[in-house]
Design a protein. Structure first.
Length: 414
């Protein structure tokens, strides 16, 4: 299928993006499949709002040649209607939501041995303010009472090299709670690489669920499975095969529904056996100091360590900082904007001494789940959790280990 093929056009897309966006750099993808750029500087993660110029990009198919005046979003599966971008703006309420977008493959490059595909470090995450139309406003007049059991599938209008269709399903209850059809990013029209003219935003969930260039919303009794869409091609790959956590050499089973959409809960419970990447796992990154240059301190000075922490649909309740590579930990202070689905800033005043230090951070969410220290070896799988490890998985998904994201900093006297 097309998803197994390299895509030469990605290089032209990356070059154009790098020309427009000065704060990103290309990320390694030796299989030549994905258009991928990530934040070029660790200091991106010392700020709450991520400028468009520093926000990561990841997609598999070519950017469509879209026209705002002619693009439509169709409703299907028992829903009726078709809306232009102008109608979405003029006929429905407009809201703005803060959302920390994170690629489900963020941290894939930290797995040893390496997994395939894009070798992200920590740079595939960013927080923007997305403006658009609440999905509940578009569909609410056509819904019956079975909201909790239904799924809403978004289909992307990006052209594929083959017969696969980019489609992702989320519970209808989530869609009508806080999801939007976004047409602006940080107060400006969506850039082409971020989904112009309209995309789905699913606050607190991995980026793969926020379908770009959306052209159809379909109400369904199940998640998208093969042959479940009224169109030719292969429908289920991006829901049922890709973006699933599983050991090496395993083909995940297809499921029509799941009991929980919390990624970590699925893994802990073993149901389904191979979790889907919906809700983000708890994560943090230090933004400053960035390790690029020495830090100069006098005897009576402290160094402010600043970073960001997030936990998807859950709140971050604590962030700890270590200045000795994880041997000891101290509590940091959470501060700044506090929005559901968006990261929090944290800071810690460090009484630094001359020498080389390894700075690390670890966050804990409101359910007591804390970032594990390292990524396990491939044989550990579910047992990894008992050893304070994140499970190595063949797709390299949902990684949130502490040690790979630490930063080495040199401290010198003035």
């Amino acid at each position: 299928m097309a998803t197994d093929q390299s895509r030469a056009s990605r290089h032209d897309e990356i070059e154009a993006i790098l020309e427009r966006k000065g704060g990103v750099r290309e990320t390694r993808d030796e299989e030549d499949k994905y258009t991928v750029v990530g934040a070029a500087s660790r200091r991106t993660y010392a700020n709450w709002l991520t400028p468009v110029e520093e926000h990561f990009v990841c997609h598999r198919n070519d950017i469509p040649d879209a026209e705002a005046d002619s693009w439509t979003v169709s409703l299907a599966g028992g829903l009726e209607g078709e809306y232009t971008l102008a109608e979405l703006k003029d006929e429905f309420p407009t809201v703005a939501v803060a959302h920390t977008m994170e690629c489900a493959g963020n941290g894939r490059g930290q797995h040893r041995p390496e997994t395939g595909s894009v070798q992200w470090g920590y740079e595939a995450a960013g927080t923007a303010v997305w403006t658009g139309t609440p999905i509940r406003s578009v569909v609410r007049d056509q819904l019956d009472s079975a909201v909790d059991d239904a799924w809403l599938t978004a289909v992307g209008g990006d052209p594929s090299d083959g017969e696969d269709v980019f489609a992702r399903s989320i519970p209808l209850s989530k869609a009508v709670d806080d999801c939007i059809l976004a047409y602006e990013m940080n107060g400006q029209p969506l850039p082409p690489e971020h989904g112009f003219p309209v995309r789905v935003i699913v606050p607190g969930w991995y980026g793969v669920n926020s379908v770009k260039w959306v052209d159809e919303l379909r109400l369904m009794d199940t998640m998208v499975v093969e042959n479940s869409l009224d169109r030719p091609g292969e429908h289920a790959y991006w829901q049922q095969e890709a973006y699933r956590l599983h050991p090496a050499d395993v083909e995940p089973e297809s499921n029509e529904t799941v009991e929980t959409v919390d990624t970590w809960d699925q893994f802990e419970a073993g149901e389904p056996e191979h979790p889907y990447t919906f809700d983000q796992t708890v994560m943090s990154v230090i933004g400053a100091p960035d390790g690029e240059s020495p830090v100069f301190v006098s005897d009576d000075e402290t160094v402010e360590i600043t970073g960001v922490a997030w936990a998807g649909d859950d709140d971050v309740t604590q962030v700890e900082v270590s200045t000795d590579g994880g041997d000891t930990w101290d509590a940091a202070e959470l501060f700044g904007p506090d929005y559901a689905g968006a990261w929090r800033l944290f800071r810690y005043d460090w009484e630094a001494t001359p020498g080389t230090h390894v700075l690390a951070s670890r966050a804990t969410d409101e359910r007591g789940r804390r970032q594990p220290m390292r990524i396990s070896n491939p044989d550990a799988w579910r047992d990894a959790l008992e050893d304070d490890e994140f499970p190595w998985n063949e797709g390299g998904y949902a990684a949130n280990a502490v040690e790979p994201n630490a930063v080495e900093v040199d401290v010198e006297s003035p």
